[in-house]
Design a protein around this ligand. Structure first.
Ligand code: AMP
Length: 436
C-alpha cells in the first residue's frame, strides 16, 4: 500500500516525496480514504503515529478539489490543539504537505502578541490551527468568525480535558456551523471524551492504532500486590537500591503526583512532579532536571508523560495502575528505549485488580508477581488463580513460565472465568475522571 493507492492527488504526492515519506503509517492507511469520503472520524492514536498527516493530507485534498471555482482565503478548516508547540507543528505539516496546492495555513496561539496573528489572518487563510484560548480571544474581539468552517478537527482531546480546556472547546464548537465534517483524535478515551465525541460526531468511523504488544516483551515486568496505604513505603524500599537510578513513577491523578513527589523529597529522594496543571516552563524544567540526572524520580500522570522522551530510564514504576490498559503499554515503553531492556514494576491494590486483568488481556502476558515484596498484601484466591498457570501451585513461579501463559491458553480455565468482573461502575469512573 502506498500513498497513491490511498487515492491522494498529485500535488500531495509530490509534497510527500519532498518530505521523503514512502509508506503510509497504519493510521494513515486507515483514516485517509475515510476522510476523503467526507466521513466523521474518531481516531485513537497518540503523537508519533503519523496522525497529523492522517488528517492533514485528506483535508487538503478536499479543499483543493472543491476550491477551484471558489474564493480562496476564507477559513474552511479549523484544527484545535491543546498546546502551542503542537499547534505550530500541525501548522508546519499543513504548510509542508500543501506546498503544491496553493492552499494557505495559519496558526494562532497564546503567550505571544496577537497583532502579527491578526495581520496574517487579514491576508486570508484556508486552514486555521489554533489553541482554544487565543481563538476565543480573537473571536470575542471580532477578528475571527467561524461561520465558514466546513471541517473541524479536535486534536488530543484527552489532553484538552486534562489541561482544563474542555469548556473553551465546547464554546468554540457551539460557534461552528452544524453542517460540517468533524474529526476527533485522542490517545485515550475517558468517559468525558467519549461523551463529547457522541455529541459532536455523526456516524463516525473509528480508527485505532493499538500499541504493539511485542514492544513490552523486552521489559522485565513484575507486579507487587500491596495495600494502598503501604505503597509509599514499598516505593521507598525499592528506591533504597541504587540500581533504581532514573525512575519514572506514574500516578493516576495530578494531586497524587504532587503529593508523592513532596513525600519523596522529604525522605531525601530527589523527586519532581510533572502534570497538566504545571506551566509549560515548570514542566520543561522538571524534564531537564530529570534528563540531566539532577532529579532521580519523576512522578508523572499519563498525559503529561506523553511528550517525555528520555533515554536511559532504568525503571518505570506504576504507583497506580492505569484504568486504560493501553496506558500501561505507553508507560512501560518509556524504559527499554532504543533497543535497551528495561524494568517495570506495578503496584496493585485491591481496587486495581480488575485493571491488572485488563492489562494482561491486552498484552497477552501474565505479569509475574514480584518475588521480593516486604509489603505484600494477602492475595485472595481468585488472584492466585489468575496468576498461576493451570496445574501450577504457587503464584511465585518462574517468570518465563508465567510469561508464556497467555490468556488464550487459559481459555478453558473455569477459575479464571469465575473471577469477578472489572469494577467499572459509573460512579467509580466518574470519580477518577474528576481527579484525573
Ligand atoms: P505525528 O504523529 O503526526 O506527530 O507524526 C510523527 C512524525 O512522523 C512526524 O515527524 C512526521 O513528520 C513523521 N511521519 C508522519 N507520517 C510519516 C510517514 N508516512 N513516513 C515517515 N514519516 C512520517
Amino acid at each position: 500500500m502506498n500513498f497513491h493507492d490511498l487515492g491522494l492527488i498529485d500535488p500531495l504526492l509530490r509534497a510527500l516525496r519532498a518530505v521523503e515519506y514512502t509508506k503510509p503509517t497504519p493510521i494513515q492507511s486507515q483514516a485517509i480514504p475515510q476522510v476523503l469520503q467526507g466521513k466523521d472520524l474518531i481516531g485513537c492514536a497518540q503523537t508519533g503515529t503519523g496522525k497529523t498527516a492522517a488528517f492533514a493530507l485528506p483535508l487538503l485534498q478536499r479543499l483543493y478539489e472543491s476550491t477551484r471555482d471558489r474564493k480562496r482565503g476564507v477559513i474552511r478548516v479549523l484544527v484545535l490543539s491543546p498546546t502551542r508547540e503542537l499547534a505550530a507543528q500541525i501548522n508546519d505539516n499543513f504548510v509542508a504537505y500543501g506546498r503544491y496546492t496553493g492552499l494557505k495555513s495559519q496558526v494562532i496561539f497564546g503567550g505571544v502578541g496577537q497583532q502579527p496573528q491578526i495581520d496574517a489572518l487579514r491576508r486570508g487563510t484556508d486552514v486555521l490551527v489554533a489553541t482554544p484560548g487565543r481563538l476565543l480571544d480573537l473571536m470575542n474581539q471580532g477578528y475571527i468568525r467561524l461561520n465558514t468552517i466546513e471541517i473541524f478537527v479536535l486534536d488530543e482531546a484527552d489532553r484538552m480535558l486534562d489541561m482544563g480546556f474542555i469548556h473553551d472547546v465546547r464554546k468554540v464548537i457551539s460557534a461552528l456551523p452544524k453542517a460540517r465534517q468533524t474529526l476527533l483524535f485522542s490517545a485515550t478515551m475517558p468517559e468525558a471524551i467519549q461523551e463529547l465525541a457522541n455529541s459532536i460526531l455523526i456516524n463516525p468511523v473509528r480508527v485505532e492504532v493499538t500499541p504493539q504488544a511485542t514492544t513490552v516483551e523486552k521489559i522485565a515486568q513484575s507486579v507487587f500486590f500491596v495495600e494502598k496505604q503501604n505503597k509509599r513505603a514499598l516505593l521507598e524500599h525499592l528506591l533504597a537500591d541504587a540500581a533504581v537510578r532514573r525512575v519514572l513513577v506514574f500516578t493516576r491523578t495530578k494531586h497524587g503526583a504532587n503529593k508523592l513527589a513532596e513525600q519523596l523529597d522529604r525522605a531525601h529522594i530527589q523527586a519532581e512532579a510533572i502534570h497538566g496543571n504545571k506551566s509549560q516552563t515548570a514542566r520543561e524544567r522538571a524534564l531537564a532536571n530529570f534528563k540531566a540526572g539532577k532529579t532521580r524520580v519523576l512522578v508523572a500522570t499519563d498525559i503529561a508523560a506523553r511528550g517525555i522522551d528520555v533515554d536511559d530510564v532504568t525503571h518505570v514504576i506504576n504507583y497506580d495502575l492505569p484504568n486504560e490498559p493501553e496506558s500501561y503499554v505507553h508507560r512501560i515503553g518509556r524504559t527499554a528505549r532504543a533497543g535497551a531492556s528495561g524494568i517495570a514494576y506495578s503496584f496493585c491494590d485491591v481496587e486495581e485488580r480488575a485493571y491488572l486483568r485488563d492489562i494482561e488481556k491486552l498484552i497477552r502476558l501474565r505479569v509475574p508477581v514480584a518475588e521480593q515484596n516486604p509489603y505484600a498484601s494477602d492475595i485472595p484466591m481468585h488472584v492466585i488463580q489468575t496468576h498461576t498457570k493451570p496445574n501450577q501451585g504457587s503464584p511465585r513461579g518462574n517468570n518465563n513460565q508465567q510469561r508464556n501463559g497467555s490468556y488464550a491458553q487459559r481459555g478453558n480455565n473455569n477459575n479464571a472465568k469465575a473471577s469477578p468482573r472489572p469494577r467499572r461502575n459509573n460512579n467509580f469512573r466518574r470519580r477518577e475522571n474528576a481527579n484525573a
